[in-house]
Write a protein that binds this ligand. Structure first.
Ligand code: NAD
Ligand code: ZN
Length: 368
């Protein structure tokens, strides 16, 4: 076991070809940030990047902790929200880093959700051709997904995450107490990826989720346990395929149709909500194609619904097909689809665009 349990902290050790690092998950970790970073890396200055929602409750606490551990601290607070994950905000972070005289001995601390993590990570990956980053995720999604694995990115007007780099963090500190200040719909959105991890690799996790909704105000030790398990699942997949040539693609379970729903909704539906619905579509279709164990789709639907997430969308099927296939039409090729076969087990299948269309149509009809 690489997840060592203490009272309310679990540590998941991640090894990739480029770097090995620890992910600390637990309660009240923010005030230990300075000490934890000091132990993990040798650095002089720490530069905190956060956003306008996260700064009020947490910035002073993390600054104090870093200063107490002997770091010289500077910071940048960016506007919150995906619409600010832009070249412009990224540029302003880099300018602030230069003004703070950061060098290759300095460290960036990304304090926030996936938007801050992606943007601060990309700034770290490119400033002086790359300095180190510590991820301090503050949303459920960023704790279970984006802070681990080393993908960083910003958006362009033509699409999301079009510019980016791989930079594994030097340390990840997930303080579950931060989840208490999230808007409830943002917390629930993160559960989409949690259910996905259960279907992908862990029937026991899936069963826990099916029995009990993951509540924002659940005991810290329970949230810690669930989040650490999710990190370990992502770790196992990423560790086997850091640059997404093969098995890392299985993390896209639910995403082919989920992305189509997200785009067709013009991004008004949360990513996790769309992934949950996309998961239900592909599960129903897989069962009807004879690719999956009978009864699997109904179990997934029940779990998704129990978590307060949608099992379908009201987007017309033609529009979903159009969204899911239009980029690919130009290349003529099909797509690699992640197909659930039974809870805890998936397979990759290459399908043609006609087959994908059929799969979306099959997935649209609810389970009886
Ligand atoms: N790098 C990866 O592997 C990866 C994986 C999945 C998603 N992502 C990216 O992650 C982003 C989505 O992340 P997200 O869902 O965390 O969104 P987010 O970072 O926008 O956070 C959601 C909202 O919650 C606020 N917030 C964050 N933490 C808070 C807290 N503790 N208390 C109160 N408010 C808080 C934020 O200011 C924001 O308004 C997308 O840009 C997506 O592309 C990246
Ligand atoms: Zn996702």
């Amino acid at each position: 076991m690489s997840a060592a349990t203490r009272a309310t902290r679990e540590i998941v050790h991640v090894t990739t070809t480029s770097r090995a690092y620890d992910v600390h998950v637990g309660e009240d970790l923010l005030r230990h940030t300075g000490k934890l970073i000091r132990k993990a890396v040798d650095a002089d200055k720490a530069f905190v990047v956060t956003d306008t929602n996260v700064a009020p409750p947490y910035l002073e606490r993390i600054k104090a902790s870093l200063a107490a551990a002997g770091f010289s601290v500077s910071y940048a607070v960016v506007e919150a929200g995906e619409q600010h994950k832009t070249l412009q905000t990224y540029g302003s972070i880099l300018e602030r880093m230069a003004t703070a005289n950061l060098t290759r001995d300095s460290i960036v601390v990304a304090l926030g959700g996936g938007v801050v993590g992606d943007m601060a990570g990309f700034a770290a990956a490119t400033y002086m051709r790359g300095i180190r980053v510590v991820q301090v995720p503050t949303t459920l999604l960023s704790m279970v997904d984006s802070s681990v694995g080393g993908k960083t990115a910003i958006d362009l007007s033509r699409g999301k995450n079009l510019v980016g780099a791989f930079l594994q963090p030097s340390l990840v500190i997930a303080d579950v107490a931060c989840l208490s200040t999230l808007r409830p719909e943002v917390f629930v959105d993160g559960i989409g990826e949690v259910v996905k991890h259960g279907v992908l690799a862990d029937e026991q996790l899936f069963e826990k989720l099916a029995r009990t909704p993951l509540a924002q105000n659940a005991r810290g030790s329970y949230l810690t346990h669930i989040i650490a398990r999710n990190v370990a699942i992502k770790r196992d997949v990423v560790g086997a395929d850091e640059q997404e040539h093969g098995v890392r693609q299985t993390l896209n379970l639910g995403h082919t149709i989920g992305h189509a729903i997200e785009a067709a909704s013009k991004y008004t539906l949360g990513h996790g909500h769309c992934v949950a619905a996309g998961l239900c579509y592909v599960a129903r279709a897989a069962e009807r194609m004879g690719w999956a164990e009978s009864g699997m789709a109904a179990r997934i639907e029940a779990c998704v619904a129990a978590q307060g997430l949608p099992t379908a969308s009201n987007i017309p099927v033609e529009q979903l097909v159009e969204q899911a296939t239009h980029d690919k039409k130009r290349h003529g090729a099909g797509v690699n689809l992640v197909v659930p076969e039974r809870i805890g087990h998936v397979a990759m299948r290459h399908v043609t665009l006609d087959e994908l269309t059929h799969i979306i149509e099959l997935g649209e009809q609810p389970c009886e």
